[in-house]
Design a protein around this ligand. Structure first.
Ligand SMILES: [Zn+2]
Length: 321
């Protein structure tokens, strides 16, 4: 058992048998979700040197019809760091072309997009738009932050919603100021329902930024995940704790509590240096099958596919306990 696999032992996994994993379905849409991407500091320097931090995982990303991840920093030149906040991340806009190449859809619902204030946040929204990167979970006001991003592929409409449940709550968008969507149960329920009624989504997937750092998923995450599924979510994906967390089925729907760090420097060797890319195959009825690609993150914050990192999948053979 490797050191990296230890947090997985704590993961209670309720895995249903493999379903249609190998049966080709031309109507199926494949999405790959990545965890937290932080493009300032060392990773930003690598990009400035012409290094693509996604190069090693790119073959897995290319198997998807669409790729989605959490952008855990602000990308801007303006603003000032929030006073008293221990970690503030602002990436240089030169990182955007490489991000756009691999992740043209990002969630902004996290505890770092607001690090440099409203001006920088608005600048980021403009720059993402110019670069052709779609975003959700953040916006010019709370209405935009709670608006789903719709992926329309092969006749399937998939709504992505993003919410942050980790302080500071000052980053939350308001009626007339920018920021993130906050994880308020009744609002999420309303948004999931609206995704179907107003946006005619066939499927709805919330991407959550939640949990406590370096520990397994907690009661409040489970409560919220179950609430979202009862409200009609087809799967729930999460990140933020800097480690992977459990995978669970609730009412037959997949919950991946945390994918872990993805592109992120500043962590010691151990569980924070491993994570999963999650690949979901979906059709109008929902999730058909899923699997993960595990990776190890080197000192410079860059992920490298790593078979020796334990990783779950929608296959009973992969059950951990
Ligand atoms: Zn976070």
């Amino acid at each position: 058992m490797t050191k990296l696999a230890l947090p997985l032992l704590a993961a209670l996994m309720l895995v249903r048998p493999a379903q249609a994993a190998d049966v080709p379905d031309p109507s199926a849409v494949t999405l790959v979700f990545g965890g937290d991407i932080m493009l300032a500091e060392t990773v930003g320097e690598r990009i400035a040197q012409g290094i693509d931090p996604f190069a090693d995982v790119a073959p897995f990303l290319q198997t998807a019809d669409a790729t989605i991840a959490n952008l855990e920093c602000v990308v801007a030149t303006t603003g000032t760091p929030m006073e008293g906040k221990p970690f503030t991340f602002r990436a240089d806009p030169r990182v955007l072309p490489v991000l756009a190449k691999h992740f043209p859809i990002v969630s902004l619902a996290n505890n770092h997009t607001g690090d440099f204030g409203h001006e920088a946040f608005i600048e980021q929204l403009d720059r993402l738009k110019q670069q052709g990167i779609a975003y959700f979970g953040g916006g010019r006001n709370c209405a935009e932050a709670r608006t789903p991003h719709i992926i329309e592929l092969k006749g399937l409409r998939i709504a992505l919603l993003g919410y942050c449940d980790y302080h500071p709550r000052e980053f939350e968008a308001g009626s007339n100021w920018p920021g993130t969507a906050w994880a308020v149960g009744p609002q999420i329920e309303a948004d999931i329902k609206a995704a179907r009624t107003l946006y005619h989504a066939d499927l709805v997937i919330p991407f959550m930024h939640w949990g406590l750092q370096y520990v397994p998923e907690n009661k409040s995450q489970r409560k919220l995940a179950h609430l979202m599924i009862r409200a009609g979510a087809d799967a729930v994906i999460g990140s933020h704790p800097h480690v992977t967390q459990a995978v669970e089925y609730y009412r037959g729907k997949l919950i991946i509590y945390s994918l872990g760090n993805f592109v992120f420097n500043g962590f010691d060797e151990g569980p924070s240096r491993a994570g999963w890319l999650a690949r979901l195959r979906l059709n109008k009825q929902g999730l058909m099958s899923w699997d993960t690609a595990p990776y190890h993150i080197t000192d410079d914050g860059i992920p490298h596919l790593a078979k020796d990192v334990e990783s779950p999948a929608g296959d009973a053979k992969k059950r951990i306990r």
